[in-house]
Write a protein that binds this ligand. Structure first.
Ligand SMILES: C=C(O[C@@H]1C=C(C(=O)O)C=C[C@H]1O)C(=O)O
Length: 128
C-alpha cells in the first residue's frame, strides 16, 4: 500500500502497486532519487542564506535547533512507517554536512548584510 500519492512533475506516474514491470519500479525509484537530490540542492540554498541572519560564526551550528529537527524527523518518519533508527542518523548526517557548508560559505555572505551587522564600510566602499 503506497503511503503518498505523487502527482509531482518529474516523478514516474505509475504508483508501486500499479507497476507492471521492473522498468516501472526503476523509473519510479530514479524519479524519486533525482527529486531528492534537487530538493537537497534547494535545501543548501536555504542553509547558506541562513548565514545572512546569524550575527556571528559561532551561531551557525545551532545545536538546539538540530536536536529539535532530529526529533521532528523521527516522528514524521514513524508516522509513515519508517524506522527512526534509519531516519535519525540519516538526518544527523545531512545536518552535519549542511552546517559545514554554511561555515564554509560564511566569508562569502551578502556584503550588505555584513555591513549592516558590523557597521563598517563595505568592500564596495559605500559607507553605512
Ligand atoms: C539552517 C540553519 O543553520 C544550520 C543548519 C541546519 C541544517 O542544515 O539542518 C540546522 C541548524 C543549523 O545548524 C538554522 O540555524 O536553522
Amino acid at each position: 500500500m503506497s503511503r503518498l500519492t505523487h502527482d509531482e512533475p518529474g516523478l514516474h506516474p505509475v504508483l508501486p502497486d500499479d507497476a507492471r514491470s521492473l522498468d516501472d519500479i526503476r523509473e519510479g525509484i530514479d524519479g524519486i532519487d533525482r527529486r531528492m537530490i534537487e530538493l537537497l540542492a534547494l535545501r543548501l540554498d536555504y542553509v547558506q542564506r541562513a548565514a545572512d541572519f546569524k550575527p556571528d560564526l559561532a551561531s551557525v551550528p545551532a545545536p538546539e535547533r538540530v536536536r529539535a529537527m532530529l526529533d521532528d524527523r523521527a516522528e514524521w518518519a514513524a508516522s509513515l512507517g519508517l524506522s527512526s533508527d534509519f531516519i535519525a542518523p540519516l538526518f544527523a548526517q545531512v545536518s552535519e554536512w549542511f552546517i559545514r557548508q554554511q561555515v564554509a560559505h560564511w566569508p562569502d555572505r551578502n556584503p550588505v548584510t555584513r555591513e549592516s551587522k558590523s557597521g563598517t564600510t563595505s568592500a564596495s566602499g559605500v559607507d553605512n
